[in-house]
Ligand binder design. Structure first.
Ligand code: FAD
Length: 323
């Protein structure tokens, strides 16, 4: 129920606009690295000093206006220059819908190509984040075309999809981030239970560790992380061939500890004023995660605000059902 509420809230355009206007006041400031490039570079420097590299996400998604998509592209280009000029250890993650996938495929491709070309000058990696099911195939198509010209690009495999094994085999020569999957997907396309998703997640990670180029294991799940640590030792897999990834602000102690123990670690650093959808998905993920997030970032006032949003949304759904 809570998951559904927060996923629903994550795509609410009125609340997104309100969130932009009122800034990081809903408790999101602990999981968003900053609202501008300067603040973000500062956060990256702090993480780099702890031996942690970063993948930077200029927040934004589900963009339907060309002007907004072009603005997002320009911001990403600005971040690429800032990473290079400041000499920090970071690369880029981006969502295809932010740069126009819902507007026009070719328009999105041109934007993406410009970004990948700019990053390739600095040998900087670009990761295509994966969104909901409807955007998965077009995103892989964008990737295939880019790969004809560029090699500094990789993507994400979402373990809840039945198609994930096929996708990972197809893309085994790439740097891949493997995740459980963050969106609500129907049973036609995706495993629904925690057990099934976890089992597929482990299988995909092991497959890419043994057969793939480079594996980013993106999870806050200590059971999966411990399993990977045992697996790489057992199979003599070099620490240069994989990294762990977590989101900025989550399990900070574990992030630092893994880096200290000599594992490559990369933190996903989101920044910008379009933080609302990202933040709501974090709240939607898993009940345990939700509790941890609430304890970590919420105070009494923000709890009330979110409670009101959730209540309003649930009421809206009930009313809609009655109609
Ligand atoms: C770097 C990164 C990039 C991502 N990119 C994408 C993407 O492109 N597309 C996409 O669909 N999804 C993406 N995701 C989200 C991902 O798909 C999952 O929805 C999200 O990571 C939650 O699953 P989990 O594996 O972290 O653990 P969960 O299934 O949420 O939790 C499993 C267990 O881990 C422990 N745990 C989890 N969180 C915490 C915490 N904060 N503190 C203490 N214990 C905790 C708890 O014991 C919990 O029961 C990304 C995630 C990360 C970390």
């Amino acid at each position: 129920m809570l998951k559904e509420i927060f996923i629903g809230l994550s795509t609410n355009q009125m609340l997104t606009a309100a969130a932009k206007k009122y800034g990081l006041k809903l408790g999101a400031q602990n999981v968003v690295a900053g609202t501008n490039v300067e603040e973000t570079i500062k956060s990256i420097r702090e993480l780099n000093a702890l031996g942690i590299s970063c993948t930077v996400d200029n927040l934004g998604e589900f963009v339907f206006e060309r002007e907004e998509a072009l603005k997002a592209k320009d911001s990403i280009l600005e971040v690429i220059e800032a990473i290079h000029e400041n000499g920090v250890d970071a690369h880029i993650s981006l969502k295809p819908t932010q740069i126009g996938l819902d507007i026009d495929y070719d328009f999105c491709y041109e934007n993406l190509k410009e970004i990948v070309a700019a990053a390739s000058k600095y040998d900087m990696h670009i990761n295509l984040d994966m969104e909901d099911y409807g955007h998965v195939q077009p995103s892989y198509d964008l990737l295939e075309t880019l790969l004809e010209e560029y090699s500094n690009v990789g993507t994400v495999i979402q373990s809840y999809f039945y198609r994930a094994q096929e996708d990972i085999e197809k893309h085994k020569d790439l740097r891949l981030r493997i995740v459980k999957g963050a969106y609500k997907e129907p049973v036609e396309y995706a495993y629904q239970t925690r057990e099934e998703i976890d089992a597929n997640f482990v299988q995909l990670i092991e497959y890419h560790l043994l057969n793939g180029k480079f594996t980013s294991i993106a999870t806050h799940d200590h059971n999966i992380i411990n399993h990977v640590i045992d697996f790489v030792e057992e199979h003599n897999i070099s620490r240069e061939k994989f990294e762990f990834q977590m989101l900025y602000g989550f399990r900070k102690d574990m992030q630092v500890d893994l880096a200290k123990r000599g594992y490559k670690f990369c933190t996903y650093v989101p920044f910008g004023d379009d933080w609302y959808g990202y933040f709501m998905r974090r709240l939607a993920e898993r009940p345990q995660n939700l509790n941890l997030v609430i304890k970590q970032v919420f105070n009494k006032r923000t709890n009330t605000a979110i409670g009101l949003f959730a209540g309003a949304y649930a009421l809206g759904r009930l009313t809609a059902k009655k109609k």
